[in-house]
Design a protein around this ligand. Structure first.
Ligand SMILES: Cc1cc2nc3c(=O)[nH]c(=O)nc-3n(C[C@H](O)[C@H](O)[C@H](O)COP(=O)(O)O)c2cc1C
Length: 356
């Protein structure tokens, strides 16, 4: 089982990286990733001045994270004189330095952190205004590969990618957090956090389908472009799904905010078994496989294997058509069934076949 990824002359032991955010904003937290089993490290976004962030700025619900963070609260000097030189002393894996936000900022930031970066990632959370000058300028400032980070609220994202590529970008990071969203606090009849009218940015497992959609479509239009996927990863299978969708590397943040940073080591440890389960010899093979975009399921009637079924009744409860009932076994009224697949997708023991 080969989990190695080679990208622009650098070797990543596996495709999983932390995404830019508060878990990679201090020397101590970056050192954690240096010692962890992730394939590489990414930094919090660095700009010239430290960001002034309104607090509170991060909350987690059961299914997503909301945040109002900006870039690093440390100014450039803290990064260029302290954090990055100290991290570099014993760096064991490739380092992606995240930088932002304007071309003028990058003229100051990039020369001061260039020697520490194997790759640059540019946060463009505030849209595609001035994208052309931004990408052109950073590509003039460095020979290192430059990845431009896509925000999912950018409508014409394929045009965004095209501009980035035409101006010299080596790849895309997709996606940043989704939104804006809002979190209502019923108790205080207010919002729990938020800026500019209660806005917050949404991330975590809920946004994975949007991230996958962006990765698939970017891969389709730009088959040779390097892609770093990000958004909603929480387990080894998610990493593999993103690779099959067309990503070279995969980042994660919110699931670690929800469950703790040890999740990175768990996912890396789980990767070989997940690869074996789906008959994947190497990450490279999977990356070079085309994702079929026509469903393979027959859309037939659900067939319940009564030897496997535990009679839990979930399929009966969720059937939107009331086509299933539970007696000593699950019974289907075919004339009511619309072959939707929901029962099969919800069965916890995979006792239902025939639809998906
Ligand atoms: C608290 C928080 C802070 C973040 N800060 C940054 C940042 O400084 N720069 C950046 O490019 N993305 C930032 N992001 C976006 C993440 O890097 C990532 O793109 C997004 O959260 C989706 O991935 P996830 O669902 O695995 O969290 C932040 C996200 C969160 C939740």
């Amino acid at each position: 089982m080969n989990t190695t990824v080679k990208l622009f002359g650098k070797t990543f032991d596996n495709p999983l990286l932390p995404a830019s955010g508060p878990i990679v904003g201090e020397l101590e937290t970056l050192e954690y990733f240096n010692e962890s089993s992730t394939g590489g490290i990414v930094t919090k976004t660095i700009s010239v001045e430290g960001a002034v962030v309104k607090k509170p700025c991060i909350i987690a619900t059961s299914h997503c994270v909301h945040n109002t963070e900006l870039w690093s609260e440390y100014p450039l000097e803290k990064w260029s004189v302290d954090i990055l030189p100290n991290l570099k002393k014993n760096l064991k894996k490739p380092l992606i330095v995240s930088v932002g936000y304007t071309a003028e900022d990058l003229e100051i930031v990039v020369p001061q952190v260039e020697e520490y970066a194997d790759f640059f990632e540019v946060s463009t959370h505030y849209g595609k205004d001035k994208l052309e000058s931004l990408v052109t300028r950073i590509c003039e400032l460095t020979d290192k590969p430059v990845f431009i980070k896509l925000s999912p609220h950018i409508e014409d994202y394929l045009e965004f990618v095209e501009i980035a590529v035409n101006c010299g970008a080596s790849g895309i990071v997709a996606i940043n957090s989704l939104g804006p969203g809002i979190v209502v606090d019923l108790k205080n009849r207010s919002v729990k956090l938020g800026i500019d009218g209660g806005k917050s940015w949404v991330s975590g497992p809920s946004i994975k389908p949007v991230a996958l959609n962006r990765v698939v479509n970017i891969r389709k239009k730009f088959p040779d472009l390097s892609i770093i996927a990000c958004g909603g990863v929480e387990k080894a299978e998610d990493v593999l799904e993103f690779i099959l969708a067309g990503a070279d590397l995969v980042q994660m943040l919110s699931s670690a905010l929800m469950k703790g940073r040890e999740l990175f080591n768990k996912i890396v440890a789980d990767l070989p078994a997940a690869m074996e389960k789906y008959d994947i010899q190497s990450i490279e093979d999977l990356r070079n496989t085309d994702l079929g975009l026509e469903p393979k399921g027959s859309g037939g009637y659900p067939q319940v294997d009564n030897d496997v079924c535990t009679r839990c009744g979930i399929c009966v409860k969720v059937c939107p058509q009331m086509a299933l009932s539970l007696n000593t076994e699950v019974i289907l009224e075919k004339e009511k069934c619309i072959n939707c697949g929901l029962c099969q997708s919800k069965c916890p023991v995979e006792a239902i076949k025939g639809v998906l």
